[in-house]
Structures are given as structure tokens and as C-alpha cells.
Design a protein around this ligand. Sequence first.
Ligand code: NAD
Length: 510
Amino acid sequence: MTDTSLEAGGRATDPATLAVIPHLVGGREAREATRMGAVHNPATGRQTKHVPLATAEFVHEAVRVAEAAQPGWRRTGLAKRAKVLFELHRILRERGDELARIITAEHGKTVPDAAGEIARGLENVEFCAGLLHHLKGEYSEQVATGVDVHQVKQPLGVVACITPFNFPAMVPLWMVTTAIAAGNAVILKPSERDPSAAVWIAKAFAESGLPDGILNVVHGDKEAVDALLDDPVVRAASFVGSTPIAKYIYARAAANGKRVQALGGAKNHMVVMPDADLDAAADAAVSAAYGSAGERCMAVSVLVAVGDVADPLIAKITDRLGALHVGDGADPATEMGPLITQEARDRVAGFVEGAPAEGASVVVDGRQLRFDGDGFFIGPSLIDKVVPGMRVYDEEIFGPVLSIARVASYDEAVSLINSNEYANGVAIFTRDGKTAREFEFDIEVGMVGVNVPIPVPIGAFSFGGWKNSLFGDTHIYGPESFNFYTRRKVVTSRWPEANESQISMGFPAN
Ligand code: NAD
């Protein structure tokens, strides 16, 4: 191991003394690895833990463990499966603050924000606890004389869930809970940057009564992911992360005959119409653009100012940014924390630095905010006069930068958004119902908010974008997810009398 680290007091420590976050396979912890990754506290910039990066062999062994455990889980009565989820729900409610602090220590987001992501993950636990209903089949009686047809939903077997750093609890809870409720065994490969939340969740599942081997956590990077995508026992892959990796996962898993849902990056627009309440729009823009330091796939990245709203809106947003408290997410006064890595911080700074040369104007420059220590901090930035063709518009920034695009009309706003390669979330702020209704009809984006800046659907719906924000046809969590993690079997049956049979060489007709 070549990592170097510092203790909280600033003294150099031997990296060998730092804790290793374990894999969890078949209910057992495993720490040995030929390669280790470093986990940092983004607020201090210091390494706090090691994470083992699984070899392909380790992954294949974990898949065998899951394969051996899954038939028993599939045979477990649905009411018993539901009980596990009710118990998990209780644990998450009672000890969610423990998980929130773990998230803050490795991701950097504020503790209330971490609690918010747990709450959104809990919504899916609640939905999945109704699995008796979601796994209900269909029955048609007497489709021909004495012939009945029924359809059941059966689990796939072993499935892989590969998750991003920015929601280390919510995205795993969205994926694995549904997969498990449907009777599958799971290999969860969380982000190697903040992997402790996944281990906490797997232990909470075990405490809730989930048998060993049904939820396995394997840490790693490309080697581990490729092994999952290539293992023939893995029947499906759920992925959330950046667009280039989502595309890659989709192609490789599909080439290996697996079901895939691969959710990618985003560039979310928020349209503000001239009739909107500008104070409400400014509050929404600041919350949605800078919350979690902009590291949300549903963060607002571009504010599309229609008509003459740009100048008053910029003034209101600038005022609000002046009062924003940026700091350690563990400090109750903090509203915006650091970025996940120094590299991510520098990448964001690069967008701000390059904007003027492309013709945009930097209204608020987050690089000017000064911070003590080595945390991965940058202040919020606001960039005006942004148009397509500029790097700051074309690329996903994934940081606390809000761009203003000025357009003359509603039609221009819609055409700008519909020309974008990403289509995760979008919002319109207006007081006019007709405009809102037209927008909902016209816009080519998977999730739409009307006076709601981050339109993440509640757990009874499903979540997913369009275009380069999702590869595959199934959204995650909610009803679509139950379809993804099950396959339909249709049974046609008849019970003839003993002397009724005869040879018939024609194709069966009704
Ligand atoms: P990422 O693509 O770097 O990593 C996601 C996962 O893929 C991680 O588990 C990582 O270990 C693995 N991975 C990384 N490189 C790989 C490779 N070359 N081969 C195989 N696996 C690889 O994403 P991230 O930085 O962790 O997360 C941020 C991104 O996720 C942003 O682009 C954000 O928009 C996106 N995101 C999208 C949604 C959505 O719902 N569409 C939700 C959350 C995050």
C-alpha cells in the first residue's frame, strides 16, 4: 500500500494503521486484497480508510456464494420477505442518523442532506414492503373450453448493482431492496470513494433477518465491474453513474446477454417564465444548483431565463449566494460541503476559469472563497450568458456552478432543452397553467417539475431520464423495477377427463 495520510491533528500516520472497509460476502467480512483504494474525508482532505479493490477471482467467488443462497430466498414466503423489509425500515428510521454521519464523513454532504437521501431510499423500502401486491400475477379463466392461463413473476437469480459516489445510501436502497424483494440475490458494487454506507446497509439487512449470501457487498473498480458484467451467472446489471461508463456497461452487459438498466449523467435545465414568482424561483435555483455542492444527478445546472427575467433573477441569486455557508458537512451551520475529491474540485474550477474566454461572464466566482486546511472546497459560482458550444454548457460539471442561458421566448427555451444530449430532469417556473401543461407535453426529458426544481418522483413511481441519461428501457425503483428484476412465466393449463385426449397435428387454436 502506498497511501499516505494524516491524523485529525495534522500528524502523519502510518497508512497501515487505518481501518480497512470490508467486503461482505455470505455474511462474512473479507479484507485481503492485492490492491487498495483510499477513502478520504473531503472536508479535511485526509485519507481516513482503505478499501480493498476486488480481483476478478474474488468477484466470481462472491457470485457463486450468491448463486448458492438464492434458491432458498426464492422459496421463502412472500410475507416473510416483507417482514425483513419492515424490520429494515425500523432500523433505518431508528439509526438513520448513524448512517447519515457515515455518508457525511466520506462524501462531504451535510448531515441533513445525507438524512434526506436516506429518507428517499426509505420510500423505496416502504414501496417494496408491499411486495405481496407487486409480485401478484394474472389469471384468465376459460380462454378456451376447459383451458385457463396464468402469469407469474419469478426472480432472475443473481443480479449486480453498481452504484455512484453521490448517493451512497439512496441509490443502493433503490436497487437492492427491489431486487431482494423480488427474490433475487445481489452483488452490490458501491463507489470505491465512499463505500462504508453500502456495508452499513448490508449489515442492517442482515440484522433484519435477510439470510447470508442474499446481499453481498464487493468493493472495487473496473476490474470488479467487468468481472460482474462477464460472469454468466449474473442475469442483470443495474448501474447509476456517469454517461460514458453507463454506455459501456450497457454495451458490455447486453453483449453478454444480460438485462441492463444504466442511468447516466445529466444537464438539468430550469426554465423561469416572465410571470414566475422570482423570489421563489431564486430560492429554488440556489437550493437545486448548490445543494450537495451540485453533485446530484438532478441538480439544476442551467437556468433558462425567458424574456427579461435574467437581470432581476441574477441579482436575487447573487444576494442569496453571499449568505451561503460553505464548510464541513458535519458542522450544523454548513449549507454546502466540499466536493468528493481534489480532482473533482479542480475540474470545477477549470470550468469557471475557462468560461470568460468562451464569451460567458462570471458573476460569482467560487474560486475566490478561501478555506482553511486541505479540504476539497470551492465556493458557489454563477455564470451568465452561457450558450451551447461553450464547454460550461455542453459538459456535465457536477459541481456548484449555475449557468444562466438567456432566451427570448418559451419556444426558444424548449428548443434549447430538447437539443441537449442529456434528458434527466427539467423544471419550469410559471404561474400559468396552460404554459406548464404545454411544457409537460413538449419537453423531451424523463422527469419534469412544475414549480418543483428537483422532480425526483415519489417511490410509487419510477425514476429515470431519457437520451444519454439512461441506457436501457426500464427506470429504477417503484413498479418498473419490479418488472426489471423479475421475468414473466405464462402457464396454459387444462384438466381433461381421462378419455378426452386425441392426436391433433395442427397448431393449437382456441
Ligand atoms: P462513475 O461513472 O465514475 O462511477 C459509477 C460506478 O462505476 C462506480 O461504482 C465506479 O466504481 C464504476 N466505474 C467507474 N469507472 C468504471 C469503468 N471504467 N469501468 C467499469 N466501472 C467503472 O460515476 P460517479 O462519479 O461515481 O457518479 C457521478 C455520476 O453519476 C454523474 O455523472 C451523475 O450525473 C451520475 N448519476 C446519475 C444518476 C441518474 O439517476 N441518472 C444518479 C446519480 C448519479
